[in-house]
Design a protein around this ligand. Structure first.
Ligand SMILES: [Zn+2]
Length: 444
């Protein structure tokens, strides 16, 4: 299926060629790739070369590919078919432009155009809530209203209490069909995946069921995901990324202002009673675990964040984010923001449960097979949160495969290799209690 989604590039420079009259188009063949096309008047001789350059909007375009050129009747046509070896993340917006080199003159570049990598076979409706662009294909106004409510609630509490906000536009894609969503997320999506949030690509993809749904559940889920994106924006200069406990602790805290999606307190009580703590140190991506261990990790993060807020107020959390944004280590951030060491923080927090010598088990990698056989555990048999899952995994894979090299706006294009994107996978509101999953944590 070919769908033209982006058009028009007005010229920025004019040499021997009439770049002002250039028309840029891009055809998305969903699942295969994107074909970039240029057509412009060109009274001069055939250029020495034409390149297409593409990457993220508001970032720096760094990927270059030579286009096939055809000059006939004074019209220059150039085409490049980009076929990423790993699927692009659905919803990603790609900015592109063409550069025309003549034998002796200066290089001429067209103005940029953008194209969105969207599964156009679904009847998408779009809406905006502040800087968030909402895409949904089912559920109508009710789904849109809930998405808006979740976005607003998250942005309000994050701004007012924690001094953090969205710093650039982001896109929220709501899928009513989870199988379709997983397929559109590409080969990297495991059976337990309920969504993906990729700050680097400005995209969050979520499962938003239309039937038998709880409106507050969608609102809370959206608030959770938006929190992750805001935190990424707030701390993008951090050294090695925000720790998972802070990301998930705050996301679950914000989500809980709307609805209790999980009985985190109960889960935490059981963690304490059974001494089933998991070690959260050093995890900056998603929790590298599935099922009960991941749920325990969410509950611990929620509890630790709750302790910080109770002790230092929301200002303490705001200071933590500030410290991380300044690019310090975990230890330094906690010391700077709260005036205690990370160990002291741990001890004080666990002390509130009367725990002195907890056993911290390491989270282990999720077992995809487990997704089809939920752990035999009450908590794990309820629907799980479509939490984040900052799935830059897909982005990273795509990038690693040479599909595209992307830089955030603030990063200099010093290296054509990829930036280290944060990578998260979370389980979703998957029926039957498929485990909360989280795959690749990374260490600074
Ligand atoms: Zn999350």
């Amino acid at each position: 299926m070919l769908v033209a989604l982006a058009l028009m590039g007005a010229g920025v420079a004019s040499a021997a060629t009439d770049v002002d009259a250039a028309v840029l188009t891009a055809d998305v063949a969903f699942g295969d790739g994107i074909t970039f096309r240029l057509e412009m008047p060109h009274p001069a001789a055939e250029p020495a070369g034409v390149e297409v350059r593409y990457g993220l909007p508001d970032g720096i375009v760094v990927r270059r590919s030579p286009a096939a050129v055809d000059l006939a009747g004074g019209v220059l046509r150039a085409t490049y078919a980009w076929e990423p070896r790993v699927p692009l993340v659905v919803g990603t917006e790609i900015e592109y432009r063409f550069a025309i080199r003549s034998g002796d003159g200066p290089e001429t570049r067209t103005a940029p155009a953008t194209v969105s990598y969207i599964d156009a076979s679904l009847p998408w409706t779009t809406a905006s809530e502040g800087l968030v662009e909402i895409w949904y294909h089912a559920g109508g106004e009710a789904i849109e209203a809930d998405a808006r409510a979740g976005i607003r609630a998250a942005l309000d509490v994050l701004r007012q209490s924690y001094g953090a906000e969205l710093e650039r536009p982001t896109r929220l894609m709501l899928y009513a069909d989870i199988e379709r969503m997983r397929r559109d997320l590409g080969g990297g999506a495991s059976p337990w995946v309920g969504g993906a949030a990729i700050a680097e690509l400005n995209v969050t993809v979520l499962y938003a069921p239309v039937e038998n749904r709880d409106p507050l559940d969608l609102q809370a889920t959206v608030a959770h995901e938006i929190t992750h994106i805001v935190l990424e924006h707030r701390t993008e200069n951090s050294f090695g990324g925000l720790p998972a406990w802070l990301h998930e602790g705050l996301a679950t805290t914000v989500e809980s202002t709307i609805a209790e999606r999980f009985p985190y307190d109960e889960i935490m009580t059981r963690v304490v009673a059974r001494d089933e703590f998991v070690s959260l140190r050093g995890i900056t991506g998603s929790f590298p675990a599935s099922g009960q261990a991941a749920l325990n990790a969410y509950a611990q993060s929620n509890s630790l964040l709750g302790y910080i807020i109770e002790t230092w107020g929301p200002e303490g959390v705001a200071r933590l984010l500030e410290a991380y944004a300044g690019g310090v280590s975990d230890n330094e951030a906690v010391q700077e923001a709260l005036g205690v060491s990370l160990d002291e923080l741990d001890r004080a927090w666990l002390g509130t449960y009367g725990v002195e010598h907890p056993t911290f088990a390491s989270l282990t990698a999720p077992d995809v097979a487990a997704a089809t056989s939920p752990p035999n555990d009450d908590a794990a048999t309820r629907p799980l949160p479509v939490s984040d899952l900052v799935a830059a995994a897909l982005a990273v894979l795509a990038i690693a495969a040479g599909a595209v090299t992307l830089f955030r706006g603030r990063r200099p294009p010093v290296d054509p290799d990829l930036p280290k994107a944060d990578t998260r996978w979370d389980g979703g509101a998957v029926p039957l209690g498929a485990p909360l999953g989280a795959a690749r944590g990374r260490r600074p």
